[in-house]
Design a protein around this ligand. Structure first.
Ligand SMILES: Nc1ncnc2c1ncn2[C@@H]1O[C@H](COP(=O)(O)OP(=O)(O)OP(=O)(O)O)[C@@H](O)[C@H]1O
Ligand SMILES: [Mg+2]
Length: 452
């Protein structure tokens, strides 16, 4: 099987064997065609009915993909965008603290702490890590329905903490909370944890997405070959975007670890696409590039310059990504890639618009020069119709009440009881049908209005 990555000027397709395209990095200046190339790879996944997750900080790519999605595949599409709570009073939620069994609990805890550690690397200390690790441990032991809000409550609310510690028998844990924490950490901890978590916890859109029980099981979605589109365009602040994106990457990582333990590694390939990769912490990117290749999860990242990734990971890119696509780029990127590419550094610096050079690690390596291509369809859907069906099938009720015209100032009411799991069941198929009928009615009404 060949993955088409671009075209010649006379329309001939350029591709590389899928088995050689493990991880892919796409570089190039703004407007060069990186997202369009990612879209080309995504459309091939859709054509093959092969599951993927796209993390899109700016939303245009996710919405373009929805518009191009064949209608019969809408019900296979999981559109995660907390702003759907505003549009449809429903949203798809994922709880980063959810786990299925005792072994997974540890992976969830470690991976979650790592996400926070890397997000807050500048001000991270041993004490904060110890407090969070101990808190998350007790919480995960206490229930499988723990959410992010419970971490804050556990640390700042002594009554809530006592109520959970009453069931703890491990003397080390009790010693930590009643002796070490009370005497040495308490005052500082409340401030630190409050600073770190409060911004996220007080952002309603973030809470719609991560603050309640999951309406889907990401692992199940991956195994079922769902098309997961994460659209973060309506999340205003970059650090919240980084937080949400990192936690979704963490969920893919936890699932990959789970499949390693159960020896049932992902049978069919799953693709993880991260557009604007520099917006997400380098740890998350490095970790998925390093770990996921073992699990048949292919990662594709796109960013403007190698310099937008931190130095340590930038130098590793040629080793971590076996396929590299480079549009017209800046000097550091061209300098790092020139020895792999079929073009010199100066030629990489002066590629024409939408033209790229590529390298794919194989024996012998596959290299060439090609063009991106604008993907359009004769008939495009209204992407909002597809989004609505998706949240009807996979989401739960979530109402955001706009208070002062700003998405930062909203009240939130989330009820995920009506959510279904990632696996389609009879009920969800019925709802799917009903939702489609509803959409048809909406479309008819719209056509009627237009005719009128
Ligand atoms: N070969 C092409 N011919 C015509 N238009 C193209 C071609 N390739 C890409 N485009 C269009 O150019 C525009 C910019 O492309 P794209 O969004 O992929 O750029 P980008 O590299 O992702 O930029 P940014 O870094 O700003 O996200 C889009 O409207 C896209 O559809
Ligand atoms: Mg782009």
């Amino acid at each position: 099987m060949i993955d088409v990555i671009g075209f010649s000027s006379d329309g001939k397709a350029y591709g590389i064997p899928s088995s050689d395209r493990i991880h892919t990095a796409i570089f190039g200046e703004s407007g060069a065609g990186k997202s369009e190339t990612m879209k080309l790879l995504i459309m091939q996944c859709i054509k093959r009915r092969q599951g993927f997750m796209l993390i899109d900080a700016h939303g245009m790519l996710a919405r373009d993909v929805l518009a191009l999605m064949p209608r019969e595949l809408w019900s296979n599409t999981v559109y995660i965008n907390p702003a759907t709570a505003l549009w449809f009073n429903r949203a798809i939620s994922v709880n980063p603290l959810a786990y299925r069994d005792e072994e997974e609990k540890h992976v969830v805890m470690m991976s979650f702490i790592n996400v926070l550690k890397n997000l807050y690397a500048d001000s991270w200390g041993d004490r904060l890590e110890t407090i969070l690790r101990n808190a998350v441990n007790v919480l995960l032991d206490s229930s499988r329905d723990v959410t992010l809000k419970d971490i804050r409550s556990f640390i700042i609310d002594p009554e809530f903490r006592d109520s959970l510690l009453r069931n703890v028998t491990d003397l080390d844990v009790l010693h930590f909370w009643y002796d070490i924490f009370e005497k040495n950490y308490k005052r500082e901890a409340v401030g630190v944890v409050y600073n770190k978590l409060d911004k996220v916890l007080s952002t309603p859109l973030a809470m719609v997405m991560l603050g309640s029980r999951s309406t889907i099981d990401i692992g199940q979605c991956m195994r079922d070959g769902r098309f997961i589109l994460v659209d973060l365009a309506d999340v205003v602040s970059d650090d919240i975007v980084a937080f949400l994106g990192s936690l979704l990457i963490h969920l893919v990582y936890v699932e990959a670890k789970r499949s390693m333990r159960s020896q049932s590694s992902q049978k069919s390939t799953f693709d993880l696409f991260i557009d604007e990769a520099h917006l997400f912490p380098s740890f998350a990117i490095r970790e998925v590039l390093n770990t996921l290749r073992k699990f048949n999860v292919k990662v594709t990242i796109a960013t403007q310059s190698i310099n937008s990734l931190p130095g340590s990971i930038a130098k590793e890119i040629p080793a971590l990504c076996r396929t590299i696509i480079c549009f017209k780029c800046d000097i550091p990127t061209a300098t790092l890639l020139k020895d792999l590419m079929p073009l010199s550094r100066d030629e990489l610096l002066s590629l024409s618009l939408h033209e790229f050079a590529f390298y794919s690690h194989a024996s012998p390596p596959v290299t060439g020069v090609a063009m991106s291509k604008r993907i359009t369809a004769r008939e495009c859907n209204d992407w909002l119709d597809a989004a609505r069906l998706s949240v009807d099938v996979y989401g739960g009720d979530a109402v955001l009440i706009r208070r002062s015209g700003s998405t930062r100032m909203m009240d939130l009411h989330v009820n995920t009881k009506t959510g279904t799991s990632g696996a389609m069941n009879d009920q969800s198929v019925m709802r799917d049908g009903a939702a489609l009928a509803g959409l048809d009615a909406m479309a008819d009404a719209r056509r009627g209005r237009q005719r009128g």
